[in-house]
Design a protein around this ligand. Structure first.
Ligand code: PGA
Length: 249
């Protein structure tokens, strides 16, 4: 059975005091939910966030990590470092990492393999650019992203993979894919996985939608049968909005 997930990607926002205050507010307002709730603060505040949420149901996750075990990679963070402070889930392949930091499918494939080798869960992001959608190549683009980074995994590995469909044109733009567009892509992704692996794996992988999810549109998006939750950027930075989105699932 796949799980419902609402994950907040804070990106490069919130200093230490702001992180503590948002976490305190979130913990106090967290509604009863069957969904897994996650937050991804910046690296520098991860350890404090883990401490802060020790007795909370909210999981602290990382926004990125390097594929190497350790070594001469100035500015980078390894899987072991994350595990060492109690972080067991990592976002991999966010479109901002792909676009601004040159992360290719080949690099992302290595990151996912490293996460798996450490039994970490990956939230693997993918999605087309506006030009792809206009050219009607969005299904091909997504299929290629999945194939290149994930389809060399073993069937067993998929229990540690969560997918996040994030059309680039909908991230931070206020433009949301319509619930129908999200459902159409999520169903396509499940079909593609079923063809590459089997129906069981396709049915059990959680597929989140991300891109301008807000309290006002969350319920409709989450009501779609192949949408298992959301990866939330901007609206995760305010406790009331994030809580409203959790309530919508
Ligand atoms: P957004 O970001 O909700 O601000 O569009 C989503 C994301 O980048 O994960």
């Amino acid at each position: 059975m796949r799980s419902k997930i609402v994950a907040g990607n804070w990106k490069m926002n919130k200093n230490l005091a702001e992180t503590e205050s948002l976490l305190t507010e979130l913990s106090a307002k967290l509604p009863d939910t069957s969904a897994e709730v996650m937050v991804a603060p910046t690296y520098i505040n991860l350890m404090e966030a883990v401490r802060h949420l020790e007795s909370s149901a909210i999981e602290v996750i990382a926004q990125n990590m390097h594929f190497a075990q350790n070594g001469a990679y100035t500015g980078e963070i390894s899987a072991d470092m994350l595990l060492n402070i109690g972080v067991e889930t990592v976002i991999i392949g966010h479109s901002e990492r792909r676009a601004y930091f040159g992360e290719t499918d080949a690099i992302l494939a290595k990151k996912v393999k490293t996460a798996l080798s450490k039994s970490m869960r990956s939230i693997f992001c993918f999605g087309e650019e506006l030009e792809d959608r206009k050219a009607d190549t969005h299904f091909n683009v997504v299929e290629k992203q999945l194939k290149n980074a994930l389809f060399s995994l073993n069937a067993n590995d998929w229990s540690k993979i969560v997918l996040a469909y994030e059309p680039v044109w909908a991230i931070g733009t206020g433009e949301t894919a319509s619930p129908e567009q999200a459902q159409e892509m999520h169903a396509f992704v499940r079909k593609t996985i079923a063809e590459a692996y089997n129906d069981d794996i396709a049915a059990n992988v959680s597929i989140l939608y991300g891109g301008s999810v807000k309290p006002a549109n969350a319920k409709e998006i989450f009501s779609k049968p192949d949408v298992d939750g959301g990866l939330i950027g901007g609206a995760a930075l305010a406790a009331d909005d994030f809580v409203a989105i959790i309530k919508a699932i």
